[in-house]
Design a protein around this ligand. Structure first.
Ligand code: T1G
Length: 697
């Protein structure tokens, strides 16, 4: 029970206006304390004869940014927000809401219950509840349609997007945009009400015309695009009830809201919300990042040009270096192409694109051009010798204090750092392809990496609007190490009887955007082939090896980029299973004397997830990841893990360590080398602990 030092709501009366300031940092979430004090304040103002207008606004950086999501899953405490909003709406005196920062979810529902809404420039409003696995549960599904109609309300509620003040005014969600400090605007607008210049009304009393066509359209769209998700469908159901009496609509909304609260998706999506923020809590958080204005990117391939693009879009000056003019021209063209795509997607306008290319991108074959760079990232061929040789050259060129980063996906960052006289300035910045799109960066911390260099990596990620996760040094760091392990489970499934075209849908059915074979074809089968060759010498004799993917590569089939892999990619057509692969599978089974057996989709998912969780537990044991939530973030933001499941270790807690140990022991009867119970998991099963317990503190 956290004892508040200051009141969650401040109340003052000035010239007949009751000023109610919500003060619950950092985002004025409508916690139990806030709800209680807000209701009391409205009642006090209503009863005070000296008051003839009431204004609610946020202290600090924002209006109420939503319900306190840390309270979800706990027994609700009265007054619940719907009751507070009903009291605001029913208030006999005009109540105006003054919005600034982000008035979201329950915060915007407070505003909808007020009798007029004023926003400061730059304010964002919205009902993003579906992104957290719930729906607007304090009147939003009933009052928003009354202001903007069913179709528009469905759009903003099922998409959960934020709406700028201008667009909100145009839509009719707010009544006016006003400049000034929230408290001053509150006094000014109360006077406007008194003078009759600002109209007030009860949203709940407004009529809304039925729109069955809009409801049908959205339901269709959700069935097609978000069949997995629970709450968006419930939100449509709630909005559909808004044409009847308000009280009935609110009651149904509340019932549907409770259903969402109980759904496991709510827990998964909220875990993902906090994962995005928790990963920033690192031992080096107190260190001061080094300033980065100019960056160097070495290598203009897919990764290098993607990294350069991300940096340019974030406002950095970038020098792109390639070994020769031809490669440089290709690299520059990729950057130009990425930026053109950004213009197409409306993320950038043409003028800005031209300015970026003219003013902030330099391309050269001269490594010496990086002498003044603040930070240098290499994305050259994934070979240790190539990288150590490059870092030795960089050591001689880069200015003192420059951060030297490697984008290696697997290799030993300590050995790369040891190729320089300044290992403290070397760090791994592992981007994910396409680097200007994927949110994740693994910041790989070497034995000698200085705290401020780690902090610089995290600051850069924030500037690039990416999510950085701290990782230790091992082969493949967090994500690729775990991938290398669970990827084998599908090869074993394929050899023992399942097919790629059964395994992929089983995992997309679980919620992955793509199945493992489709992902390999997209990434390029040659990458996995190179990794297997690199690992061949270290592969334990007792490890089961499946040569199917090798044989596909030996045919020169590397996936999408060669038009053939596990699937065939006809020009302009849908990918089809590659019949040659079926032949290769049969041949390899026959050679190994394997009689194929039937696997149910559930068992395919169980083996895949159990393998992923087992290696994730070992990554935790080895201290490569700080907390389970860091591993969840890696898979959510770098490997397309279904967000509504919260990540592999959040999902693991829904199964429990006992069940996972039992599975591994069962599978180990087939292959005791691959299926081994990690000591951490065995201990958790014994002690009844969860991965979530390791995220605390
Ligand atoms: N509840 C509790 N804590 C919250 C919170 C919330 N709603 N929003 C943010 N925080 C914490 C966050 O974890 C972090 O903590 C700190 O505040 C700063 O956040 C009934 C059911 C508001 C745009 O979906 O989108 O209302 O890490 O780092 O980048 O219908 O936070 O420092 O310990 O993100 O400036 C609907 C969620 C809730 C908005 C600010 N509301 N929040 O972004 O800072 S559901 C939302 C955000 C609801 C009703 C329903 C963003 C932000 P820590 P931050 P930021």
């Amino acid at each position: 029970m956290n004892i508040r030092s200051a009141p969650a709501v401040r109340y003052e009366m000035v010239d007949g206006t009751a000023l109610i300031a919500i003060d619950n940092p950092p985002v004025n979430a409508s916690s139990h304390d806030v709800r209680t004090a807000l209701l009391e304040a409205v009642r006090q103002a209503e009863a005070d004869e000296a008051v003839d207008a009431i204004a609610i606004f946020g202290a600090g950086r924002t209006f109420i940014a939503g319900a306190d999501i840390r309270e979800f899953g706990k027994p609700p405490k009265d007054p619940i927000l719907p009751d507070v909003n009903n009291a605001i709406e029913a208030c006999a005196k005009p109540v105006i809401a003054i919005l600034h920062g982000t008035a979201l979810g329950g915060g915007f529902e407070v505003a909808l219950a007020a009798h007029a809404r004023i926003a400061l420039p730059g304010t964002q409003v919205g009902l993003p509840e579906v992104t957290l696995g719930v729906l607007p549960g304090a009147g939003g599904t009933q009052r928003a349609p009354r202001l903007i109609g069913i179709a528009k309300a469905l759009e903003i509620i099922t998409e959960g997007r934020r709406i700028g003040a201008e667009e909100a005014l145009e839509m009719g969600l707010i009544d006016r945009i006003a400049e000034g400090e929230p408290r001053d605007v509150a006094l000014e607008m109360a006077e406007e009400v008194r003078q009759g210049n600002l109209g007030t009304r009860r949203t709940g009393e407004l009529q809304v015309s039925p729109d069955d066509a809009a409801i049908a359209d959205v339901s269709e769209r959700l069935k097609a695009k978000q069949a997995h998700l629970f709450s968006p469908h419930k939100a449509v159901e709630a909005v559909a009830g808004c044409t009847g009496p308000l009280a009935e609509g609110l009651a149904q909304e509340r019932a549907l809201f409770r259903q969402c609260i109980e759904s496991p998706q709510r827990a998964g999506l909220i875990h993902a919300f906090f994962a995005e923020r928790a990963v920033a809590k690192i031992p080096e958080a107190g260190a001061t990042p080094r300033p980065v204005a100019g960056a160097g990117v070495i290598g203009g391939g897919t990764m290098g040009s993607g990294i350069a693009t991300a940096m340019l879009l974030a406002g950095l000056n970038v020098t792109l270096v390639e070994r020769d003019e031809e490669a440089l021209a290709r690299g520059r063209a990729s950057v130009e192409g990425n930026l053109a795509q950004a213009v197409k997607r409306g993320k950038l306008d043409e003028a800005k694109r031209a300015a970026i290319l003219a003013e902030r991108l330099k391309a050269t074959t001269d490594l010496g051009a990086l002498a003044e760079a603040d930070l240098i990232v290499e994305a050259v061929f994934e070979d240790l010798e190539v990288k150590t040789e490059l870092f030795a050259r960089l050591d001689a060129i880069a200015r003192e204090g420059a951060v030297l980063a490697t984008n290696t996906s697997y290799l030993d960052v300590d050995r790369i750092a040891a190729a320089t006289s300044r290992p403290q300035d070397v760090v791994g910045l592992h981007f994910f392809s396409p680097a200007h799109v994927m949110k994740l960066i693994e910041v790989v911390v070497g034995d000698k990496t200085a705290a401020e260099v780690v902090a610089t990596g995290f600051a850069l990620a924030k500037r690039l609007r990416k999510i950085a996760v701290r990782a230790g040094v091992c082969d493949g760091f967090i994500g690729n190490r775990i991938l290398a392990h669970y990827r084998k489970s599908v090869d074993y499934l394929m050899m023992d009887g399942a097919t790629p075209q059964q395994i992929d849908p089983a995992l997309t059915g679980f919620g992955f955007a793509m199945g493992p074979f489709a992902v390999s074809d997209l990434a390029g089968l040659d990458i996995g082939w190179a990794t297997r060759k690199r690992h061949a010498a270290m592969r334990p004799a007792e490890e089961r090896y499946i040569p199917i993917a090798d044989r596909i590569c030996e045919e020169g089939w590397f996936g999408r980029k060669t038009g053939k892999g596990f699937y065939v990619y006809p020009q302009g057509g849908k990918p089809e299973p590659n019949p040659e692969v079926a032949r290769i599978i049969d041949e390899e089974r026959a050679k190994a004397g394997i009689l194929p057996r039937n696997f149910e989709d559930d068992e395919i998912v169980d083996r895949y997830m159990t393998a992923m969780i087992a290696e994730a537990a070992r990554v935790l044991e080895d201290g490569i990841a700080q907390r389970p939530i860091d591993i969840d973030a890696v898979f959510l933001f770098g490997y397309g893990f279904p967000r509504f499941r919260g990540g592999p270790l959040h999902y693991a807690d829904t199964l429990g360590a006992k069940e996972l140990v039992a599975r591994i022991e069962r599978y180990a009867e087939e292959d005791a080398h691959y299926w081994q119970v990690p000591p951490l998991l065995a201990r958790m099963a014994r002690e009844g602990t969860r991965f979530a317990d390791m995220n605390e503190g």
